[in-house]
Design a binder for this molecule. Structure first.
Ligand code: ATP
Length: 145
């Protein structure tokens, strides 16, 4: 049994399709959802969504918070922002990380919270970008773990 998944951001529909399983960064921890799941509404952390497709391929998405509605036949993710592994601009994420590191060194404590969250988004994007599939068969992208 598969489950229909829709992932939308404020600017676009990122994914729409049937999958075997979706795993998501729920606020109370990693959650895996299969078809027939009990209904639930929860919020998402900054983390990785993995889509396990019926053809055996996995797809990885960086999600920076949002809400998810689970129904037995469908999962709808309304993401604050989200990118497929293949779409992530690594230089942009590195620049965001460096800006955040600099701000964490110089800003007073009461201004650090949003910077820490931006830092986590940059780290997540760099991690998920390493999941991207090679466009050439037989060539693998090095995974630093
Ligand atoms: P930055 O400081 O680089 O803007 P951010 O974490 O503040 O990063 P968000 O507010 O989460 O960015 O996202 C704003 C928009 O930019 C969203 O559409 C998001 O998908 C996109 N985006 C942010 N960083 C990247 C990236 N490294 N690669 C591709 N898209 C990105």
């Amino acid at each position: 049994m598969t489950i229909q998944v829709e992932i939308v951001t404020p600017s676009r529909q990122l994914f729409s399709g049937e999958v075997e399983m979706i795993t998501m960064p729920g606020v109370e921890g990693e959650m895996g959802v299969l078809g027939g799941h009990a209904p639930l509404l929860t919020t998402l952390n900054i983390g990785e969504i993995a889509l396990h497709r019926a053809d055996g391929e996995d797809e990885y998405i960086a999600v920076s918070g949002g809400v998810v509605e689970v129904r037995p036949d469908k999962v709808v993710v309304l993401a604050r922002s989200a990118e497929r592994a293949e779409e992530i601009d690594i230089s942009r994420a590195e620049a965001a990380m460096e800006r955040a590191e600099e701000a964490l060194r110089t800003r007073p404590d009461e201004e650090r919270r949003p910077v820490e969250v931006a830092y986590r988004r940059s780290q997540l994007r760099l991690k998920v970008a390493r999941r991207r599939r090679s466009t050439r068969p037989g060539v693998f992208v090095e995974d630093e773990g």
